[in-house]
Design a protein around this ligand. Structure first.
Ligand SMILES: C[S@@+](CC[C@H](N)C(=O)[O-])C[C@H]1O[C@@H](n2cnc3c(N)ncnc32)[C@H](O)[C@@H]1O
Ligand code: SF4
Length: 408
């Protein structure tokens, strides 16, 4: 298997199944999510066996990781050689113990994302519903102090959801994060307007493209690192796939652009690249690594074969175009051949007419040569065979009259 095919492109994992906050823009529809099963050490042990198959390993994607009651022990279970793949996002709103801060500082993780939409306590608390700014700020201070003192601490990144109430503050926020809170990157997002998000809230918070563009102009020459990500935007592949109307074509072109696993804290693994429901309980597997490695190989075989079919489609359509071109030239040649045949028929008719005439001339000529009395001959010719002959050839009539020396 080539190097780039021995791993899943993406993986989404959460060590918990809930959150301590209820942000109004949250991607989760909380009316459908109940309870919380923090990952157990046993399940986590099984999940960790998948690490050689993953490019990156998130400890949180949809939920809040710091509410795990054994956060520090969980972190410690991750084998050293895979720690550089690990990352997670936190709202940093649950009071962090010194143990947690130390565990994170020495984790050797790739990086940690901190969600921070505003440094204005009021705006912060209206967006991070259920959070207290003072708790968040205290965590931020303690974490960044500990990380500053440790040259091996993971880099920190910040994620900000752009909206009408924080957009004016963004340049200052990015600068503060870089100068005071060890930011290596500020990610700016607009919220994906999920169907469950209140329409009134969206109306009160969304910003126009013009306002965004003005912000980019301000940030363009900024010395601090930032990036803008639009998660709602369709990829080129999505647009191509959506444009297909024929269900058969949809089946053939269902070539997922990436392979991915979504793993819940309960150990349910879902193949995100499959168009069908595909959930597997890792707790029931003796050797999860082999199972998911096998699925990966099958997937790549599937993609390879689908690619071959797609190429064959192209070759066949090229051949069809060549056949159509030949059909056109055959059609032109047939028309040309028909015209020539018609012409040949006309010439043949003409030739047959001339042959008949020649026959009569020859017959008349030999008859004349056999006669002694030319005047008698002329009378005969004029009244019998010659009638038709002279009708078509008045010139011949004169020539014969001259030859026979007949006046009239
Ligand atoms: C789903 S949260 C989970 C981690 C953690 N609870 C937090 O909020 O930091 C991961 C990131 O997605 C962002 N997010 C939540 N809802 C979103 C939405 N509708 N569109 C875009 N990003 C969203 C959050 O602000 C956070 O930075
Ligand atoms: S903190 Fe994160 S997971 Fe929790 S409600 Fe807010 S966005 Fe959603």
């Amino acid at each position: 298997m080539p190097d780039n095919q021995d791993k899943y492109d993406l993986s989404f994992f959460d060590i918990t199944g809930n959150c301590n906050l209820r942000c109004p823009f949250c991607i989760n529809d909380w009316s459908t999510i109940h309870g919380n099963v923090p990952v157990s050490e046993k399940t986590f042990g099984k999940i960790l066996t998948l690490l050689p198959l993953l490019n990156s390993f998130y400890l949180s994607c949809y939920f809040e990781p710091t509410i795990h009651p054994d956060f520090v022990s969980i972190i410690k279970m991750i084998p050293d050689e895979h720690r550089k793949k690990v990352l997670f996002t936190t709202n940093l709103s649950k009071k962090l113990s010194d143990d947690v801060i130390e565990g994170l500082s020495n984790s050797g993780f790739n990086y940690i994302n901190i969600s921070l939409d505003s440094l204005n306590p009021q705006v912060f608390e209206s967006l991070r519903r259920g959070a207290r700014f003072d708790v968040f700020y205290d965590n931020l201070r303690c974490l960044t102090e500990a990380f500053s003192a440790n040259p091996n601490a993971p880099p920190l990144r910040y994620i900000t959801i752009l909206n009408r109430h924080n957009v004016d503050e963004i340049p200052k926020l990015i600068e503060d994060c870089a100068v005071n809170y060890l930011s290596t990157m500020n990610e700016l997002r607009i919220f994906v307007p999920m169907p469950h998000i209140g329409k009134d809230w969206i109306k009160d918070n969304e910003i126009t493209e013009d306002r965004r563009n003005t912000l980019w102009e301000t940030l363009y020459e900024f010395p601090h690192k930032w990036m803008y990500v639009d998660y709602g935007k369709k990829t080129e592949y999505d647009e191509f796939f959506d444009s297909l109307e024929d269900p058969k074509k949809k089946k053939i072109y269902f070539l997922p652009p990436f392979t991915g696993l979504r793993i819940s804290s309960e150990g349910i693994v879902e193949l995100t690249h499959m168009g069908i429901e595909s959930k597997y309980d890792i707790n029931k597997m003796d050797d999860p690594y082999s199972v998911f490695k096998e699925i990966l190989s099958l997937h790549h075989l599937d993609v390879e074969r689908a690619g071959e079919i797609k190429n064959l489609h192209n070759v066949i359509s090229d051949k069809n175009a060549a056949i159509r071109e030949r059909d056109d030239s055959i059609c032109n040649l047939t028309n040309e051949r028909n015209a020539l045949t018609e012409e040949k028929h006309m010439l043949t008719d003409e030739k047959d007419g001339l042959t008949d005439e020649l026959g009569m001339i020859k017959a008349t000529y030999s008859y004349m040569l056999l006669q002694k009395d030319m005047a008698g001959v002329w009378r005969k010719i004029r009244h019998s065979a010659g009638k038709l002959l002279f009708k078509n050839n008045p010139e011949l009539k004169n020539r014969i009259k001259n030859t026979l020396r007949i006046g009239k």
